[in-house]
Design a protein around this ligand. Structure first.
Ligand SMILES: [Zn+2]
Ligand SMILES: [Zn+2]
Ligand SMILES: [Zn+2]
Length: 460
């Protein structure tokens, strides 16, 4: 029978910051007090951003995403607080339609158009007369699967990152034209910074939520020229989004969808804190929030056995099949079948927008692990993933949940009646200094946690 050593187990889980699947590395370290060289195997937090893969690391990632977004909107740390008066927009860019899908407005739309008796070429009704509820599994799936353009949808996901890059190039060009200059010369007077996050809709297509900010030549530290205000930025963005396109290898034109929302973050209508929360929320999601679509597929059979619903399975199968077509070779589609063709990072930003995840992590490490018993000596070798026993992973997740609950209760007491959202850290984090990030501090108190130089992250 297996012997439990609860203390050792608890200590190991604490050292790995309650990570569910830590990375094992082995290397030589020096004991500070005695100078003795010891060979040690450490378990480092995996830093996976996805909540279904590692709740504890995902929680930290979400907190960092929140801080990173908020710093760019309100300033703090090395971002000048003057950004709070720079022109700032929050926009949502959508995908076009690839066929009618079930949504919350099914009944409304069908009644308005009065086309109940019409059938598509496959003999199915073209409209749906059901009043769907929020968690209806039908939501997002096509009204007629044969009418839905699966190939078009996958190729759109596969090109949306390129479409975004082209959008930014043309946006800078359009803004420059407003200032009677070229986009190259624009850099001498203004910068357009952004942070964006991709969100998978129920229909399996990507939406882009983006914070855009106009700065002067030194980014947050200088104001943009007076002619570059919110209206100019919004008008340029609107024009560009409606006209920009990229072509697929089979000459399809990839454009944004008709739905475009642009909000001015400087007006009282849109709460910047809510925007940061919104972006942080999507930064830790997988395609459909399930573990099934969180990992790469090794075979078509694996996709055929998916329980994620007919529509998402068909999108993943289409991605896999297109991946075998020589003309799409450069898109590396089979590698991205679990994200239905999408090949970009979930969250990206321009360099001048805010600080970086790496900077936030190292500040946190310096704050939580000031007195290490050991110093590192040279490099470490990778030794696999996970704990030595299956119970530690469960213990880690349970402790993480407990800490989260305690944090929420403390936050609720602190804010007297303001109910804190357990999904993201409380608002005090926006002060921008790690020492004010109390949720992180409380969670990360891990005695003698080793600090390993270099980034051993396996995600991003
Ligand atoms: Zn982890
Ligand atoms: Zn419907
Ligand atoms: Zn049809």
């Amino acid at each position: 029978m297996t012997q439990f050593n609860e203390d050792a187990m608890l200590r190991e889980v604490q050292l790995a910051h309650y990570c569910s699947h830590p990375i094992r590395v082995t290397g030589d370290m020096v004991r500070r007090e005695t100078g003795e060289v010891v060979r040690r195997t450490l378990k480092l937090a995996c830093r996976d951003r996805r909540k279904v893969v590692c709740p504890a690391c995902s929680y930290l990632y979400q907190g960092d995403a929140w801080i990173l977004t908020a710093l760019g909107i309100r300033g703090g740390q090395e971002i000048d607080p003057a950004v709070s008066v720079h022109p700032r927009l929050f926009a949502t860019l959508t995908a076009p339609s690839f066929g009618p899908v079930h949504n919350l407005q099914c009944l409304q739309t069908a009644s308005r158009r009065n086309v109940g008796s019409d059938l598509c070429q496959h003999g199915h009704p073209v409209r749906c007369f059901v009043k769907h509820v929020d968690n209806d599994p039908l939501l997002g799936s096509p009204i007629c699967a044969d009418c839905f353009d699966y190939q078009g949808a996958v190729l759109w996901n596969a090109h949306v990152s390129r479409l975004w890059d082209r959008t930014m190039i043309q946006l800078r060009r359009a803004v420059a034209a407003q200032g009677h200059t070229t986009s190259r010369q624009l850099r001498d007077v203004a910068r357009i910074n952004y942070l964006k996050v991709a969100e998978f809709q129920k229909r399996g297509l990507v939406h882009i939520h983006v914070v855009l900010r106009a700065d002067g030549p030194e980014h947050s530290h200088t104001p943009p020229p007076s002619w570059l205000d919110e209206n100019v930025l919004a008008t340029c963005l609107d024009n560009v989004v409606r006209n920009v396109y990229v072509n697929t290898p089979d000459d399809r034109r990839i454009t944004w969808g008709q739905q475009l929302t642009i909000d001015d973050l400087g007006s009282s209508a849109k709460d910047p804190v809510k925007v940061a929360r919104y972006i942080a929320k999507y930064s830790t999601k997988t395609t459909d929030g399930s573990l099934e679509l969180a990992r790469r597929f090794k075979s078509r059979l694996q996709i055929e056995r998916l329980a994620s619903g007919d529509h998402l399975r068909q999108l993943a199968l289409t991605t896999w099949d297109l991946g075998g077509d020589a003309q799409f070779e450069t898109l590396n589609l089979r590698f991205h079948a679990q994200v239905l063709g999408y090949s970009g990072q979930l969250m990206t930003k321009s360099r001048g927008y805010s600080t970086t995840f790496t900077a936030l992590r190292s500040k946190r490490a310096a704050f939580t692990e000031p007195n290490n018993e050991f110093l590192t000596l040279g490099g470490f070798t990778y030794g696999g993933r996970g704990y030595n026993d299956p119970w530690s992973s469960e213990l880690a997740e349970m402790l993480h949940t407990m800490h989260q609950q305690q944090r929420v209760e403390r936050a609720q007491r602190r804010w007297k009646g303001h109910v804190a959202d357990p999904e993201v850290p409380v608002e005090s984090d926006i002060q921008g200094s790690v020492s004010s990030s109390e949720p992180h501090r409380e969670m990360l108190v891990a005695p003698q946690s080793p600090v390993i130089p270099g980034d051993v992250s396996t995600h991003e």
